[in-house]
Design a protein around this ligand. Structure first.
Ligand SMILES: [Zn+2]
Length: 417
């Protein structure tokens, strides 16, 4: 698509709009906080709606606050919709690009296509999902789960934020409410394409301009709790101890060693450890640590989890401590659509971009849509791999490259036969 090369100010447009919408929730000390149903969140969604309207898109909010901007298709295929977008919410004191880049990118891509080619055959739709991060309330993917109809009222009815504000009250205060459960799910969605910053350092390290995402890792989180015997550090001989710090460190060593031996793309992390009573002269009788495991292949994912679970029980017996393992998060890996992956790869080739086929180690709205709608993602490099931080940054040339891939892909999906 030759005209793309003429859009010299594409990167300028992206940067300007990220700055504009990013001003809602901007922290004077750097970074941005835009929590679901906050004033800043509402202002950002309203400003986006205004921009979409000015560009000639039909705009609407759904019941819970997902924002849509539609460019109607013309032909008999106009009951088919190609959707693109991401989420508008952020983590606390997060970066400008996570989520917002995908919303702004989808909007600018559809705007350019409309200006250049007019009415598409199929509908082109931009979505700014209400929520993805689970930062304000202990519930993630509220936006996309409502789109596909898997969000349930009872899951949020009794949750509140750090200030004790009920989810339901915050939602209604913002002017939104639960969706009518009798309303059927969307049947018109033929594809979903999400562009997003990588939030890792693979693309930067390998000097690639874009990533084509083929799967999103499954995530499992465990809490391991060990009970031994609290005792005097001076009067208890080594042979008499039930030391949970020793048991925990032995277990952690085994988990990480196994993960290293298993190799990519498996990752396992013990990021939180606590011993009690946590005093220099006491043998700790209680220890607790977290395990976060991620993998793209469900069979290998399960095999690793089962293997370390068995090891932890064996080690607990060896150390004479009691063990409980709670699995409080369990999301399966999600494969992206071969057809949408191929469309994105073709776009990269047509644009002469150096791309990498890769998986995502972080969760995204795409994993919620993928079981229902053919879905794939485009990544752009994150400087230093940093995300969820005010230091999050992507070079404007990469931001533009990602949007160009999206323009080309949406053109092929919505304007071609
Ligand atoms: Zn995100």
């Amino acid at each position: 698509m030759k005209y793309l090369n003429q859009i010299e100010d594409l990167s300028h447009d992206i940067t300007a709009m990220i700055e504009l919408i990013g001003s809602f929730g901007k922290d004077p000390a750097g970074g941005v906080t835009r929590f679901l149903y906050s004033t800043e969140w509402r202002q950002a969604q309203q400003r986006l709606k205004q921009a979409m309207s000015e560009a000639g898109l039909e705009t609407r909010f759904d019941a819970i606050g997902n924002l849509f901007g539609t460019l109607r298709g013309s032909s008999t295929a106009s009951s088919d919709t190609i959707l693109s977008g991401s989420h508008i919410d952020t983590v606390g004191n997060g970066g400008y690009y996570d989520g917002l880049y995908g919303v702004v990118g989808a909007f600018l891509a559809v705007k350019y296509l409309k200006e250049r080619y007019g009415t598409p055959r199929r509908n082109l739709e931009v979505v700014s999902f209400a929520e993805e991060e689970g930062s304000r309330f202990p519930y993630a993917f509220w936006g996309s789960k409502n789109l596909v109809g898997t969000a349930r009222t009872d899951q949020v009815e009794n949750i509140c934020d750090a200030e004790g504000i009920q989810f339901v009250d915050a939602m209604r205060e913002s002017g939104f409410d639960f969706r009518d459960p009798s309303e059927p799910g969307r049947k018109d969605l033929k594809a979903f394409v999400e562009i997003h910053i990588e939030q890792g350092s693979v693309l930067e390290t390998e000097h690639k301009t874009v990533g084509v995402v083929t799967s999103i890792v499954g995530q499992r989180r465990l809490s391991v709790k060990l009970t031994g015997q609290t005792n005097h550090a001076g009067t208890t001989p080594m042979g008499y101890r039930k030391d949970t710090a020793f048991a925990a460190s032995h277990m952690i060593y085994e988990i990480i060693s196994d993960a290293k031996a298993s190799g990519d793309p498996l990752v396992a992390t013990v990021g939180k450890i606590e011993v009690r009573p946590n005093m220099v002269n006491v043998v700790p009788g209680y220890a607790e640590f977290s395990v976060d495991i991620r993998h793209t292949d469900k069979i290998l994912f399960d095999a690793f989890t089962n293997r370390i679970t068995q090891k932890l029980h064996d080690l607990a017996a060896y150390h004479g401590v009691d063990i409980t393992i709670e699995r409080w998060m369990d999301e399966d890996p999600v494969q992206m659509s071969d057809q949408v992956i191929a469309a994105i790869e073709t776009s990269c080739k047509n644009l002469g971009l150096d791309y990498k086929v890769m998986h995502s180690g972080a969760g995204h709205d795409s994993q919620i849509l993928a079981p229902f709608v053919p879905t794939a993602m485009v990544f752009v490099p994150s400087r230093g791999g940093i995300s969820h931080s005010p230091a999050e940054y992507t070079e404007p040339m990469y931001l533009a490259a990602g949007v160009k891939v999206l323009v080309e892909t949406l053109y092929n999906m919505a304007y071609q036969e």
